[in-house]
Design a protein around this ligand. Structure first.
Ligand SMILES: [Ca+2]
Ligand SMILES: [Ca+2]
Ligand SMILES: [Ca+2]
Ligand SMILES: [Ca+2]
Length: 445
């Protein structure tokens, strides 16, 4: 690094020695940010060396570094300088604008690559669940604000896993294949290589059919839709974007054409828990967009085993339009630390009329009405459809859990849950209808 001595050699230090490279960036997360204590100044050609010295000292500067390449500015390389100042950047810049010796002065802005979804359902304005109050291209304050996170390059990590306990998933869908798990511990060779009791569970397991095909055709639309909201591939120019663009999803299929049983739900939950315990997979949560049935101690015990393994159990609040505090909905009502119960919000910020609620039994609301996501077409790997339900709200939260975990790798399940609930946005329509009184907000992660 070249440092130009302006005043005296003893006062000039390089960027690294000044610790400038370690400067923290300040400013609003979605607004312009700049390096504190630094400005860029261009003196007028006519400004004398003495005037420059006086002015720069007044700014509290010890260092001024020429910015323009000498080869390009033979006579005025010293005129454009990065100056360290002692005062406030914005105040200083404003003051200097009135100074006749200065051609211009400006903050040393910080740039980041900015990720804006180019996925067609985002750019055509229909993917409202991903929008926020100030997101690029389209805005909806009642969305999850995921696009604000993407905009500052918070798009997840393929080292974070989510289990989808549901129908199967069309894992070769164009918007899902990149984010779907391929089991490295049990290749398809007719053997249960990892000894977990499931032979060739290369994409997960089908507990309804007791086989390794987790995708069995267009009836697996609900599970496929859920997957697209959690982790539909963002930025690939097609279809939708999930809350988290990079993630690994695992299918634990237990819902068949006629629903699923408690027994198979338990197996499915334990399957995911065992994968984490057995292989150390970084599974942050399971998505549970299902419900019905009465209290089951056995199911509660399985959810508790997931809790003991640090896996959140994110569950739909139910679609009866009723109060879960007075009429229990399972599994969302199980009183375990890892359960997060999710209600559905509409794009105008009202509680979806079908959504259950509950001041003590529903934790938060998330977009769940008119949600576009991936579905299986007849052999078509790029089909999409709009569904509504607390089933659609839940995967917004599951995706958020994965996104948070990617940004906070050491966070415990309890900490992830606290962050999801703690960063909700207060929402009038549900202020007395859930624990947080608010809606999912991913933008502050
Ligand atoms: Ca296996
Ligand atoms: Ca095998
Ligand atoms: Ca199957
Ligand atoms: Ca996409």
């Amino acid at each position: 690094m070249q440092s130009k001595t302006l005043f005296s050699a003893s006062l000039v230090v390089g960027l690294a020695a000044m610790g400038m490279a370690q400067s923290k960036f300040i400013g609003p997360i979605n607004g312009p940010t700049f390096v504190p204590g630094e400005i860029i100044v261009k003196f007028r050609e006519s400004t004398s060396a003495k005037s420059r010295l006086v002015l720069t000292k007044r700014l509290g500067s010890m260092t001024a570094i020429p910015l323009a390449a000498p080869s390009l500015t033979a006579t005025s390389a010293d005129n454009t300088l990065l100056v360290r100042i002692s005062g406030d950047v914005k105040t200083t810049v404003d003051d200097l604008k009135a100074n006749g010796d200065i051609e211009y002065a400006e903050p040393n802005w910080v740039y980041r690559t900015q990720v804006v979804s180019n996925d067609t359902r985002y750019t055509n304005g229909t993917l409202w669940g991903m929008y926020g109050a100030a997101t690029p291209l389209f805005k909806n304050q009642f969305g999850s604000n995921a696009a604000a996170a993407w905009n500052v390059n918070k798009t997840g990590s393929s080292t974070v896993y989510v289990g989808i306990i549901d129908e199967g998933v069309m894992f070769n869908h164009a918007d899902l294949s990149a984010n779907f798990w391929l089991n490295p511990y049990d290749p398809v060779d007719g053997l249960d290589n990892d000894g977990n009791g499931y032979k060739d569970d290369s994409r997960g397991w089908d507990f309804a059919g007791n086989n390794n095909s987790v995708y069995d055709g267009t009836s697996d639309d609900h599970g496929t839709h859920v997957a697209g909201t959690i982790g539909g591939k963002g930025g690939n120019g097609t279809g939708v974007a999930g809350v988290v663009w990079n993630v690994k999803m695992i299918s634990a299929k237990f819902l068949g054409a006629s629903g699923g049983t408690t027994a198979n739900a338990i197996k499915a939950i334990d399957y995911i828990t065992d994968l984490k315990v057995r292989h150390g997979l970084n599974i942050v949560a399971t998505n549970n967009s299902w419900g019905g049935g009465g209290f089951s101690q056995a199911l509660s015990d399985a959810i508790n085993r997931a809790n003991n393994a640090g896996i959140l159990f994110i569950a739909a609040a139910g679609n009866n339009g009723t109060n879960n505090d007075t009429t229990a909905n399972y599994p969302s009502n199980y009183n375990l630390p890892n359960v997060i119960a999710v209600g559905a919000l509409t794009s105008t910020g009202t509680r979806a009329s079908f959504s259950n609620y509950g001041k003590t039994q529903v934790d938060l609301f998330a977009p769940g009405n008119g949600i576009w996501s991936t579905v299986p077409g007849n052999g078509n790997t790029s089909s999409y459809a709009s569904y509504s339900g607390t089933s659609m709200a839940t995967p917004h939260v599951a995706g958020a859990a994965a996104l948070y975990k990617s940004l906070n790798p050491s966070a415990t399940a309890a900490q992830v849950k606290a962050a999801l609930l703690g960063q909700t946005t207060p929402t009038t329509s549900v202020s007395t209808l859930c624990v947080t009184g608010g809606r999912l907000n991913v933008g502050g992660f």
